[in-house]
Design a protein around this ligand. Structure first.
Ligand code: FEO
Ligand code: CA
Ligand code: CA
Ligand code: CA
Length: 585
């Protein structure tokens, strides 16, 4: 069943049943192992993890909390690689034994939290000739790196860098930021860097009620509570997170971050040209003329889908000068927001084009810093929470996970529209965009909804017209990926069908198009992140985020003990086929 480049000719695996087990479940004929988990050594010489003896200094050298996006970049040969991941947020109630309340967290515990988020780079090695990988535990690991909220210095690039609204007492240039956090999904660029989206950054600040009046409309639109100071938060350990004292600090987050894992000394960058929003992540593909096109979603109910097209073209080859050039591609370009119509057509509305603002009353820098307000003015289409948006490398068609929207069509909130067709959309759907002329730089496109999620017995669900008696139930799509055959893989977050989250695979073309099957499931309370399928097709990497988290419908869950049988730890697992075939076959 081998296709070209290790791609499965067909998704032949037997679906696993939905379940509520506190385990990582894979199909018959597959195995999995945990590569790295919270507290493991990242920087050589890191202290051995002890949950009862934590400190911020230790955490800065150890694998962080709540791994979300995962990328695996070949290092040298086919048996070594760099695993890069996001650490999105912290769960103090699960991290600190004896936790009583957020109000009771110590300054050191807040500092541990700020060290536990951000990103990590670790070297991994293949086990034998299989699809199994493990952490390299000995010797020099020069690329291993922790990026944190509290220590790593970032450079702001692009048209808004240095703007007044980005300057603070600690950074009079407005071009240099300490830290990244709320890093959700991401992507890998063709020049070998990793992109990471700063998503729910508003949640760590206090004091928006004391910010200058002129800043309040912007703060409000990004979810800050401008009526109240808010409970003690990251300001307990670092007063830059108090907006009464440092109102511009909020503007220094909400960007797309680019990290070069092959240059561990280089400052990562935040690219203002891609706009400031609650970026789920960003994924790039080349336009016909080799300009770089990045798709990015703003994950909030009724927020928008965006596209960036670089001014410069990508240069081929691995020469240092080509790479140096390519590292600048995301620093300047045109930014668009999506508008869908009812006949399956749509347009990318320019926000910034040819270095000029297309939004009345706003400069280029203002559009890029308050992108949500700019997109409101253009009348973009309000979506059901755009999560991961990723082009299928085989077809160039773009797939967006619209995870859910409990407020669609409820009360005075916006009602259904053709691209968001269900009121109180509990289970979400998948959007497919086909750019005109087969060119990802096009300003017009057609669209359809190949999958409308939920229990297949629910008449409102749809799976490309495939026989619904055969497909797996799926709820709340979040992360998407593709295998070399162009099959779509979907990871879920917040399954509202009373089963654990998981990873699903579905062909988009051929006789089995729409035959969606569940490939794996993650433990209690966890969100299924990544996924990342290796270039040889033999491995799929899954980040198990927040095992044991109790919220909403999951409140009755017993505590998770994944992965070690003691207390829950987020970690990254690899799944492979026992006969060494491509995953999914
Ligand atoms: Fe962090 Fe939009 O999920
Ligand atoms: Ca996500
Ligand atoms: Ca993805
Ligand atoms: Ca999510």
């Amino acid at each position: 069943e081998l296709g070209k480049s290790g791609a499965p000719a067909a998704l032949g695996f037997k679906a696993i049943p939905p379940n509520r087990l506190d385990s990582f479940i894979v199909p018959n004929g597959y195995d999995h192992s945990v590569i790295v988990r919270w507290g493991d050594e990242v920087l050589p010489g890191a202290p051995k993890f002890d949950v009862y003896q934590q400190s911020a200094e230790k955490q800065k050298k150890q694998f962080g909390y709540n791994n979300d996006f995962v990328a695996v970049l070949p290092l040298h040969g086919r048996d070594r690689a760099l695993l890069v991941c996001n650490h999105e947020y912290a769960n103090p109630e699960l991290m600190f034994p004896g936790f009583t309340s957020t109000a009771a967290l110590t300054v050191e515990q807040w500092k541990i939290i700020q060290a536990a988020v951000g990103m990590a780079v670790v070297e991994i090695e293949r086990v034998g000739r299989t699809g199994e990988w493990q952490l390299v535990r000995n010797g020099r690991r020069p690329y291993n790196r922790r990026v944190t909220a509290s220590d790593t210095r970032f450079t702001l690039t692009g048209p808004a860098a240095g703007h007044e609204w980005l300057k603070t007492a600690a950074d009079r240039t407005g071009k240099s930021v300490i830290g990244t956090f709320a890093n959700c999904a991401g992507g890998v660029t063709p020049w070998g860097t990793v992109l990471s989206g700063e998503e729910n950054f508003n949640g760590v600040f206090v004091g928006a009620n004391g910010a200058p009046e002129a800043a309040k409309p912007g703060l409000k639109r990004y979810g800050f509570d401008i009526a109240n100071r808010g409970a003690a938060n990251w300001d307990t350990a670092d007063e830059r997170f108090d907006l009464t004292k440092n109102p511009n600090e909020a503007n220094r987050f909400g960007w797309i971050v680019e990290l070069d894992p092959f240059d561990p000394k280089a400052a990562p960058r935040k690219h203002t040209a891609l706009g400031r929003l609650k970026h789920e992540g960003a994924n790039v593909i080349l336009a016909k003329d080799k300009r770089v096109v990045a798709y990015t979603g703003d994950d909030e109910r009724f927020d928008y889908l965006y596209k960036f097209v670089s001014h410069k073209k990508m240069r081929d080859g691995r020469s240092p000068s080509a790479r140096q050039h390519n590292l600048t591609l995301l620093e300047s370009g045109d930014l668009y927001v999506a508008k869908f119509d009812g006949s399956g057509r749509g347009r990318w509305l320019p926000l910034v084009k040819d270095n000029a603002s297309r939004v009345e009353g706003m400069t280029v820098a203002e559009v890029l810093i308050l992108t949500r307000l700019a997109a409101d003015k253009l009348g973009a289409t309000k979506m059901d929470r755009p999560e991961d948006v990723e082009p299928n490398p085989k077809t160039g068609k773009v797939y967006c996970a619209l995870t859910n929207n409990s407020r669609r069509g409820v009360g005075t909130d916006p009602g259904v529209d053709p691209v968001n067709p269900r009121a109180n959309n509990k289970h979400g759907h998948i959007l497919e965009i086909t750019e005109d002329n087969g060119d990802n730089a096009s300003e017009t496109f057609s669209w359809k909804l190949p999958i409308i999620c939920g229990d297949p017995a629910d008449p409102s669900t749809y799976f490309l017209g495939f026989d619904k008696s055969k497909v797996s139930p799926i709820s709340c799509p979040d992360n998407v990926a593709f295998d070399a055959a162009g099959n779509l893989w979907i990871a879920t977050d917040g399954n509202a069908l009373e089963a654990n989250d998981g990873l699903f695979a579905v062909p988009l073309e051929g006789p089995n198009a729409g035959y969606l099957k569940q490939f794996l499931s993650v433990p209690f309370g966890a969100e299924s992140c990544g996924p990342f399928i290796s270039a040889d097709g033999k491995s799929v990497f899954t980040a198990v985020q927040h095992p044991g988290e109790r919220d909403g419908a999951r409140v009755e869950n017993p505590a998770s003990t994944w992965p070690d049988g003691d207390f829950a730890k987020p970690g990254i697992a690899v799944t492979w086929k026992l006969d060494n075939g491509p995953v999914g076959s």
